[in-house]
Design a protein around this ligand. Structure first.
Ligand code: NAD
Length: 279
């Protein structure tokens, strides 16, 4: 008998999000791509946002349409107000409405504090925090216009903010990124409080270490992987699908009573693993 545990592939039910339209920002790479594919597999039509590399976005679209649902690629920089508004308008034109927003687009521009330029600070805040605000604001206008359609979902709309364990864990050398994610947490909770009476559910997913291009240096070499695994009690680096499945569930009516929560999907990274043997 094999001494290792085989990976069991699991998938959400194919009709879980049937008849719903989802928009995923930064959906041509990493977690956004995995999430767009999983939403499509769960029956949603999907808008695949990208800011560069149209070809990668079109590949995601092709894969999603092969599941028998609709998908389009839509270029927009989430930090630009007019581009975000145009993206939501196009979503409504193409698919009639919007039911699910996954505000996922994000970036890092790392530097120690005295080396960090104002441009590096500002860019990360603009994309990671202001970008999520702009997308949420425009999505809410459409959710409000349409209201609840009971045959489709119990909620008038769902927003899932892509946060990070660094909304909780300080991260030296990444003050712009960690600050942006701390901001995402409070933005998410405040929007959830403000919008819940309108049956708009706002939640967040906080990934731990997921194997994507954003953190390649943390998993590319054997020694980097070893260092990283010391921070993960569950002893594996996450895959985009781990996050995608959390998003699909949060977006579905299975989680209809979940409002203003951050779901940590991190293999236990936020359990202070250094204290497992000391403290
Ligand atoms: P990634 O680099 O593969 O994906 C980021 C995506 O955001 C890309 O598609 C990129 O083009 C897009 N993007 C960047 N700036 C944009 C802009 N102005 N407008 C539109 N799109 C833009 O990295 P990823 O790991 O998939 O990151 C996705 C999200 O997950 C980010 O918010 C990141 O902070 C978060 N996250 C990732 C990890 C991880 O370990 N990979 C951990 C915690 C949180």
């Amino acid at each position: 008998m094999a001494s290792h545990v085989e990976t069991v592939r699991v998938a959400p039910p194919a009709d879980l999000l049937k008849g719903q339209t989802a928009l995923v920002t930064g959906a041509n790479s990493g977690i956004g791509k995995g999430t767009a594919l999983a939403l499509g597999r769960a029956g949603a039509d999907v808008v695949v946002n990208y800011v560069s590399d149209r070809e990668a976005a079109e590949q995601v679209v092709d894969e999603i349409t092969s599941y028998g649902v609709r998908a389009v690629a839509c270029e927009a920089d989430v930090s630009q107000e007019s581009q975000v508004a145009a993206m939501i308008d196009r979503t409504v034109r193409e698919f009639g409405t919007l039911d699910i927003l996954v505000a996922n687009a994000g970036m890092q521009r790392d530097a120690k504090v005295t080396d960090m330029t104002l441009a590096q600070w500002q860019k990360v805040l603009d994309v990671n925090l202001t970008g999520q605000f702009l997308c949420a604001r425009e999505a809410v206008k459409e959710f409000r216009r349409r209201g609840v359609v009971p045959e489709v979902s119990r909620a008038a709309g769902k927003i899932i903010c892509m946060s990070s364990v660094h909304q909780l864990i300080p991260w030296a050398g990444h003050v712009n990124y960690a600050t942006s994610k701390g901001g995402v947490q409070m933005m998410m909770q405040t929007l959830a409080q403000e919008l819940a009476p309108e049956k708009i559910r706002v939640n967040a997913v906080a990934p731990g270490a997921i194997r994507t291009p954003i953190n390649r240096s943390a998993w590319e070499t054997a020694s980097a992987r070893e260092d990283l695994l010391r921070l993960i009690p569950y002893d594996r680096i996450g895959d985009p699908e781990d996050i995608a499945h959390a998003v699909v569930l949060l977006a579905s009516d299975l989680m209809d009573y979940v409002v203003g929560t951050t779901l940590y999907v991190d293999g236990g990274m936020t359990l202070f693993p250094g204290f497992a043997t000391g403290g």
